[in-house]
Design a protein around this ligand. Sequence first.
Ligand SMILES: Cc1ncc(COP(=O)(O)O)c(C=O)c1O
Length: 424
Amino acid sequence: MVDIFDRMKNNPGPLGQFADYAEGYFIFPRLEGPIGPRMIFQGREVIFWSANDYLGLCNHPEVKEADAKAAAEYGLFYPMGARAMSGETDFHLQLEKELAEFVIKDACYLLNFGYQGMVSIVDSLVSRHDVIVYDADSHACIIDGVRLHIGKSFTYRHNDVQSLEKNLERATKVAEANGGGILVITEGVFGMRGQQGKLKEICALKSKYNFRLLVDDAHGFGTLGKTGAGAGEEQGCQDQIDVYFSTFAKSMAGFGAFVAGNKEIIRYLKFNLRSQIFAKSLTLPMVIGGLKRLELLRTRPEIKNKLWENVNKLQKGLLDSGFDIGNTNTCVTPVMMKGTTVEATIMVKDLRENFGVFTSIVVYPVIPKGMILLRLIPTASHTDAEINTTLEAFRAVREKLDSGEYKRQADELVAKEGYSFKDM
Ligand SMILES: Cc1ncc(COP(=O)(O)O)c(C=O)c1O
């Protein structure tokens, strides 16, 4: 027997191993000031590229006014209890109706948080006889939902439709033997490197295989498609997505989430999602504030147009300067370079402190060893000057990386401080 607490000392976890070096700076950084393209980090102003506030609604005066008014009228907690017990209001039903229309589905159900909501959606949709087939790079909430599944599940190689098809063949055999069905899960947009899920190709497989499709479109909702209905609208296959999910934590600049689909499936989910039946309802300031946000998404196309103007400027600028931004076809803008984790952290520190540019840093094991990924999220609020300053800063730090300057500093740091990252 072991004391389970002893295990924590020996294995602090994939992020925990960096805690001493990274906490408060690279992980759990404390930012101050209103959320926007300029924030305060460690006492200095930085151009901020790390919020998924795509449409810049976090600090929008009409949104703030709606939130404040609803909070003043109802308090932050209203209604008490879960939806099923005492937490249903006309506002919840109104937002569901408007969201369903917006994403071109028959019905919609609100979720108090996206993560828990998705876990429960996966859990509710399948029985032990069913088979789940899901993208290997899926968000943690999908993976945790699959973990609850006591039947079979297969992953397919990330965004690889051939691999999906192979796994659908295997899944079909298992489902037929068990008397079950198949649920395929993908994201509409993969948030780390910004590729859209291959929804159109996946939907085309429906003519050959019998499955239902669940799409997590957290980054696509509000940013993609003619009306902002997301990756399915963008790819012309929204009607073939059986269960559509998005969080409010990105384009909607809020919290909470929703799931949409046909009336029967949404009714089934409403009565079966354990994370909603047994947890507090989304509160009214967020629901009423959600109605305001959705109104802006619907009636101010110029906001999404401005977002895309900025996305195109930033991505073109990076490509023109020879940066590798992978195969993003969304707003998510990854910048890939070669180097160790320690070099990456020194470069990011340099960017923040000497160039006033704040980006997120993604390291192994999320990306392969020896690779640095800095992730930029352009928003509708960024200015040309902020984009240009950032491009200049990126060119300058790349020169330092290529010249070996960060490597020298990394070697010195490791020798002096004795940092030993297991997975550098
Ligand atoms: C792809 C994806 N799905 C689900 C979630 C979870 O949503 P929430 O933050 O509402 O819990 C996130 C993060 O916000 C996400 O990026």
